[in-house]
Design a protein around this ligand. Structure first.
Ligand code: ADP
Length: 322
């Protein structure tokens, strides 16, 4: 694989706080290395339509602290077809671009793999609040989303205490409970419901009522959207245990906001490392972090495995909520 002298970067799929920090690092590392760098708008749709601009150091000024992505993001049905991917490839080659950094989630990485199969070098940078990508301890945006959820739980706790009510807080996580587990532990929830585990209404109610008997002034249930809908849990708790409940669905609030320092640093490391890898002639990999070390697992291997919740954290959640 030859060393590229010109590369492109795009953000794709669901946005996540810290994507801009990753973009900034990609652009600045490219400039530092003396190669040309193109920013592609609207994810894979922008590739297909050749919507890209050459970027320089100042193109990414003042974005480190911003949520979302200045390149915008999109979901592209056309890129799912081989005709669409051929157009994307033609646009890249037409501009003399020889490598691509894709900042996104697992769907975006499946698209990246398709480009790899066509012989185009791609590096993946995991950016999703869900943290559901194997091969890395953390994805960009997860820490910010968890902090947003914890802040909401803190506020809810004040009113839960004052009114002696049970609050059901629904957080994002259609298939994975990473946000719920982390926010639940950090927010001191009595019950945490994740899609990876079954839910038993009786057990939920037992925990809540035993908390009340011990004199707890507030009861908080954190539920990942994929485990159950908060309103169903609330109705169940009211009918089974007779508790008065209130529901908060955090929804898209968790996707926005200024990234935490953790996410900014992670994104900066990932963006810079992705460019360095392409310049070393490496591709088909993802940037990841294990412990505090940067790692570069194969994209294909990461996509083949479902990331598991940390069993120790799951156990801890049960112990602490006793
Ligand atoms: P995320 O990256 O956040 O998981 P999506 O799952 O929506 O988001 O994927 C983003 C985009 O990646 C899709 O709209 C599509 O253009 C592309 N993509 C996803 N899966 C594939 C695939 N199997 N082949 C080609 N492109 C894909």
């Amino acid at each position: 694989m030859s060393v590229p002298s010109s590369i492109a970067v795009l953000t794709s799929g669901g946005d996540a706080p810290g994507m801009n920090a990753a973009l900034r690092a990609v652009v600045r590392r490219s400039v530092y290395e003396g190669i040309r760098i193109f920013g592609v708008y609207h994810g894979y749709n922008g590739l297909i339509r050749d919507e890209m601009i050459e970027m320089n150091v100042s193109s990414v000024s003042d974005i480190l602290h911003r949520g979302g992505t200045i390149l915008r993001t999109a979901r592209s049905a056309e890129f799912m077809t081989s005709a669409g991917r051929d157009k994307a490839l033609a646009a890249l080659r037409g501009r003399g671009i020889e490598g691509l950094v894709v900042i996104g989630g697992d769907g975006s990485f499946r698209g990246a793999l398709e480009l790899m199969r066509l012989g185009f070098p791609v590096m993946g940078v995991p950016g999703t609040i869900d943290n559901d990508i194997e091969g890395t301890d953390y994805t960009i945006g997860f820490d910010t989303a968890v902090n947003t959820a914890v802040e909401a739980i803190n506020k809810v706790r004040d009113t839960a205490t004052s009114h002696e009510r049970t609050f059901i807080v629904e957080v994002m996580g259609r298939d994975a409970g990473f946000i719920a587990l982390a926010a639940g532990i950090a927010g001191g929830a009595e019950v945490i419901l994740v899609p990876e585990e079954g839910r038993d209404l009786r057990e939920i109610c037992r925990r809540l009522t035993s908390g009340l008997r011990r004199g707890k002034l507030h009861l908080i249930v954190v539920v990942a959207e994929g485990a159950a809908r908060a309103y169903d849990v609330a109705a169940g708790v009211t009918s089974e245990a007779g508790l008065e409940t209130r529901v908060i669905v955090l929804g898209h609030l968790q996707r926005g906001g200024t990234p935490t320092a953790f996410d900014r640093i992670l994104a900066s490391r990932f963006g810079s490392a992705a460019v360095a890898a392409l310049l070393e002639g490496r591709a088909g990999l993802m940037t990841g972090v294990r412990g505090d070390q940067l790692v570069f697992p194969e994209l294909e291997a990461c996509l083949a495995v479902r990331k598991r919740l940390d069993p120790e954290l799951l156990k801890l959640a049960g112990i602490l909520a006793i």
